[in-house]
Design a protein around this ligand. Structure first.
Ligand code: ATP
Ligand code: MG
Length: 429
């Protein structure tokens, strides 16, 4: 009797990154790391799983993320409420507080990795996606706010992306938001008939978020609502002006978008997003802003901070549109062999080539020369090293150059002594 097993599939909205695509990811990540290093940012890695209350407190109870997007569960072993990180900032700040990093000096830090949100999957919107998260902790700005934006402009330039535009706003300080909030609630009460269910529920708990609606029926109401920007006092305006003048110095254009409030509660003063029309409906590539209250809110000694997160999938989508990826070779040298003794010698020869810094695949198993050559070609290797019975008897190997750019003087194939092999290969590969 044969038993049949059902395939186990990946979860909805969670994508596998296969080797060819993964090579693009790695290239992009390497560019990103160099770009961050050029501004003095250092990598750190916090856990993917945290206590749920870190996010409910840090991000805010009445937000899309906390209300409906978090992967939360109770750890059956010790009854703790846990959540897969839906964003980086809360965990990064927690870690910096926990390790007393914020007492004596500011820090420029970044992290790359997966985040999890239970959203409706579509192009550019997944349930596991990846962020490049950058945080400047302990800086009051506005110089640093502007530096972050200038830095992003440089990344777009490095990647050859020229149609990402900047939207900018200021959310002011707590007392300004309180005055605006009162005016906004009055306005929302006057327009209660056009508010959807979610908006009616949020109008007293988080009225600013009502304006961040994606509901088309509420756009006109949201457009005409009292603008937080008009409630900013001289200090907040000076900070904003400080950012804008530095952007002008760097030749960066922006659009003041008074509707831009961002999806998380912890922001104040500067908020920004970089958006493009080349990604369909999910056009925001990067979002960020200042969050001077968060460190204190999470139990640290009060300190200002500012940061941003880039969506890796969206960035990669844009980048591959403008620069079609070239598949990277699997190795530089592919070793082909015939017979048991040659196969064993091939493994030893390959080790000496690796000692010399070459990447080498030894054909696994025993197949005919023809199919081994096929695999060698498909691997993208520059050269095949052939160990047959006759070569073995003479202590030699045949070297066959597989790609046009490595062939010199029309000589595609040489027989070389094994002790000369590294030299011959290293001069050309
Ligand atoms: P959106 O308005 O698209 O839902 P957001 O405000 O929720 O975005 P942030 O929390 O600011 O997004 O996250 C930073 C970046 O991460 C976004 O600008 C976007 O590029 C990316 N991002 C957010 N949610 C997703 C998702 N579900 N799938 C893929 N990328 C995402
Ligand atoms: Mg969202």
């Amino acid at each position: 009797m044969t038993q049949s097993f059902q395939k186990v599939r990946a979860l909805t909205g969670m994508k596998d990154v296969l080797p060819d695509t993964s090579a693009q990811w790695e290239t992009l990540e390497a560019i990103v790391r160099d770009w961050l290093a050029a501004y003095g940012y250092r990598n750190m890695r916090a856990p993917v799983l945290e206590l749920t209350r870190l996010f409910t407190r840090g991000i805010g109870e009445v937000t899309d993320i906390v209300e409906k997007e978090m992967y939360s569960f109770t750890d059956a072993l010790n009854n703790e409420h846990l959540t897969l990180r839906p964003e980086f900032t809360a965990g990064m700040v927690r870690a910096c507080i926990e390790h007393n990093m914020l007492y004596d000096r500011p820090h420029r830090v970044y992290a790359l990795g997966p985040v999890f949100r239970h959203e409706k999957p579509q192009r550019g919107r997944y349930r596991q996606f990846h962020q490049i998260d950058v945080e400047a902790l302990g800086f009051a700005g506005p110089d640093i706010d502007a530096e972050l934006i200038v830095m992003l402009q440089r990344l777009w330039k490095i990647l050859g992306l020229n149609d990402i535009r900047l939207e900018l706003n200021s959310l002011g300080q707590a007392h300004e938001r309180a005055a605006h909030r009162a005016a906004l609630i009055t306005y929302l009460e006057e327009h209660k008939s056009v508010l959807d269910e979610e908006a009616q529920r949020r109008m007293y708990t988080n009225p600013l978020r009502v304006l961040d609606t994606k509901n088309p029926a509420m756009q006109a109401m949201a457009n005409n609502a009292p603008r937080l920007f008009d409630f900013l006092g001289p200090e907040s305006l000076a900070h904003f002006e400080g950012v804008c003048s530095r952007l002008a110095d760097a030749g960066i254009e922006y659009r003041l978008n008074p509707r831009l409030v961002r999806g998380l509660d912890y922001y104040n003063l500067t908020v920004f997003e970089w958006v493009t029309d080349r990604l369909g409906a999910q056009g925001t590539v990067c979002g960020g802003g200042r969050y001077d209250g968060l460190i204190e809110l999470l139990g640290g000694k009060p300190a200002p901070a500012v940061g941003f997160a880039i969506g890796m999938e969206r960035l990669l989508d844009l980048w591959t549109q403008s620069q079609p990826p070239v598949a990277a070779p699997e190795c530089q040298v592919y070793v082909i062999h015939q017979g048991d003794a040659a196969q064993r010698q091939a493994a030893c020869v390959a080790e000496t080539l690796r000692d010399a810094g070459l990447s080498v695949i030894v054909h696994a198993g025993s197949s005919g020369f023809k199919s081994q050559f096929k695999r060698a070609d498909a691997s993208g290797a520059a050269v095949a090293v052939i160990l047959g019975e006759s070569e073995l008897a003479e202590g030699k190997a045949t070297v066959k150059w597989l790609r046009q750019e490595f062939i010199t003087d029309q000589v595609q194939q040489d027989v070389v002594a094994l002790d000369q092999l590294v030299n011959v290969l290293k001069t050309r590969v």
